[in-house]
Structure formats: structure tokens, C-alpha cells
Design a protein around this ligand. Sequence first.
Ligand code: SF4
Length: 398
Amino acid sequence: MPTATSRFTEPAPSALLLLGRGVDLVSERGVECAGELPAPSEPGLVERARAARAALGDRVFVLGHHYQRDEVIDFADVTGDSFTLAREAAARPGAEFIVFCGVHFMAESADILTSPDQRVVLPDLAAGCSMADMAAIHQVEDAWDVLIEAGVADRTVPVTYMNSSAAIKAFTGRRGGTVCTSSNAQVALRWAFDRVGGVEGTGKVLFMPDQHLGRNTAVRELGLSLDDCVVLDPRKPGGGLTTAELERARMILWRGHCSVHGRFSERNVAEIRAAVPDVTVLVHPECTHEVVEAADLVGSTEFIVKALDAAEPGSSWALGTELNLVRRLARAHPDKQVHYLDSTVCFCSTMNRIDLPHLVWTLESLVAGRVVNRVEVDPDDAHWARVALDQMLALPGY
Ligand code: SF4
């Protein structure tokens, strides 16, 4: 039997399988659609989607994440961030099918929060999240073993970002931790520290899987220092940390990041400030600490949407978030100047996998009585993930 340390050194599998090479439903990876997809160039796709949608009526509820393509958002009953959408799904017990236009971990959360007779469908199983893929459950279990061996596990509370697999949410629930979103990370971290003696004490948080959200929240909102944070690398023996480093740390940050928000740089901020006088730079907290420090405002996707709604006509904004959302906000606010912070294209490639052909195929399959690409969480994991999600809902002010 391998030791915890030897398993911990196994290289993580690549984030995405090759197209057409099977599925891996226990992770955020999966490919192949079991059927004939219409070609993107096929005429009449919009009419086909409308007809299938109308035929299903109230039996189907379509959710669209803010980062989805316009051609998909056009068919969404509601749009929002990942947790808003999961809650919207839970509030529709009459809908037999929840079609989640987002990524795999979001569909899992919707399955956990909806009733057992509702079926959650992801139009393309290849729509994973590279950040969620950076924390596999066996790596997290091995990391916890490292904390036990270092003698700090009993003073550590796990907190996982919504952008993680159901298995990791379940891990968190089993160990008395909580889920958080980018909107409530500060409240969640404060709650977690209070469980082990308070922010001023010696307790620790294991924050997964986005190191940037964890660091930005701890340093900017809880007053911890950068030296209080260490990064646990699941590819290195012992997480790449010594027992002394783990003993000193307050925030143990998983080495994960968002491939979209991690691209923005301080140089992008400097360039937009030089090019656009009086621009307000607003970035997502998944950006690096340096970018967040260089920006004027930092906030979740919902915060960004509301900030633009409330902005003065004529004001100039540079947004550091996903490009589909930025383009949609620019169109919705023609009286404001909305710039994209990066000079190169920066879509979320996995979000973009859900396109009109996949949506048409999904809806027409449901009309024909075939439930395709169902996302279903193991019942035990679903129970414990629900415990962690319910803990988040019970946080003060939530
Ligand atoms: S934008 Fe980043 S965190 Fe969101 S789904 Fe894409 S890779 Fe994951």
C-alpha cells in the first residue's frame, strides 16, 4: 500500500482529455457527446432551439452563467454567477430538467441542491473548469495527511471555493469547514478562523483551490500579511512545505488559479491607465495579488455587473474578468466606456464549449425522451457537500 507521501508525489493528470477520447465523470473532465451534434454552420439552429424549448415548456429550466456565449444566454431563463444559478435551480422544484449552461462543478452544485427526481444536464461534458481540476480529491486527502503529520490539522479549518468538485466540497463538509463564493469569502474566512481561536490567534485555514482569492481576501480584508500565507503545491512531496512553515502559516493556500483571471498583469493596468484618462480599473479577486493591488476596485462577478449598472454616464471602466461578460456589459451600457483590461482575447475556453449546437442537441434529446449528459453526484458526497453548502448559507449576513 503506498504511503501518503508517495501518493502525494504522483503527477496530476492533465486538465482536459483529448476530444473524443472518453469521459472522466469523477473529475471536472469529460468529453464526447453521445449523439450527432448539428454543425455550427447549420441554418435554422435558433428556430430549432426555440421549438425544442417551447415543446418542453415548464418541464425544463435553462440556467446561463455570466461567462456563457450570447447565443446560449439568449435561451437562458435566468443568468447569474454559479451560486445564484444553483439557488435558482433549487427554487424550481417543478422543473423536471435543469439545463445548466456553465461548467461541470456548477452542474454538480445544482444536482446537490435540487430534489432527487430533478435531472441536471450539462450540454457539453467537456465544459470543465481548469481551476477546479487543479485540486483532485486524492491530492486534497494526501495534503490533509501532511497537515496531520505536521501536527496542525486539528487547528486547521478547510474552506473551499464554490469552484471545486463535489468531492472536495464533501471533504470540506466532513471536516467541519465551509464553501465560499467570491462574494462572501471574507465572511467565510472570518468564520473559519473563529472556529480555531480567531484571526488574531494561531489557527489556520486550508483554502482551496484558488490561491489568489484566498490570499487577496486574507491580506486585503482580514489584515493578515503576505508572510502569513504559504502555498501548498500538490505536485511536491509534503506540499513543498516544511513542518516549521506549516506551523507558522495562517493561510495554507492550495496551488490553483483561474486560467482566465490569472492572465491579467500589472502591465495591463499601467497600459490602460496611460491610454484612458480617469479610467476605473475593476478586477475580479481571482486575479493575482499584484493586479488586485494595482486596481481601483475588486469584486465578484455580481459586484462587477452591479458596479456597471450604478456607474455614471460618460464614465470609463476597464474590466479584468471574462470577455463574454465584458462584451455584454459594454453593449448594455452604451453611455459608458467599457474596456477590456487585457490587450489579447481572454475567453474562458471551457465555458465557451457550450454553444448553440450543444444546446440544440440537448433540448431536442430531452424532447425525444433521452436525458443526455446528466450530472449526478454520488449520494454520500452529495450529503457532505450539502453540509458544507448549508454552512455557507448559515454564515452571518448571507
Ligand atoms: S473563468 Fe476560471 S474559474 Fe471560471 S470556469 Fe473558467 S477557468 Fe474556471
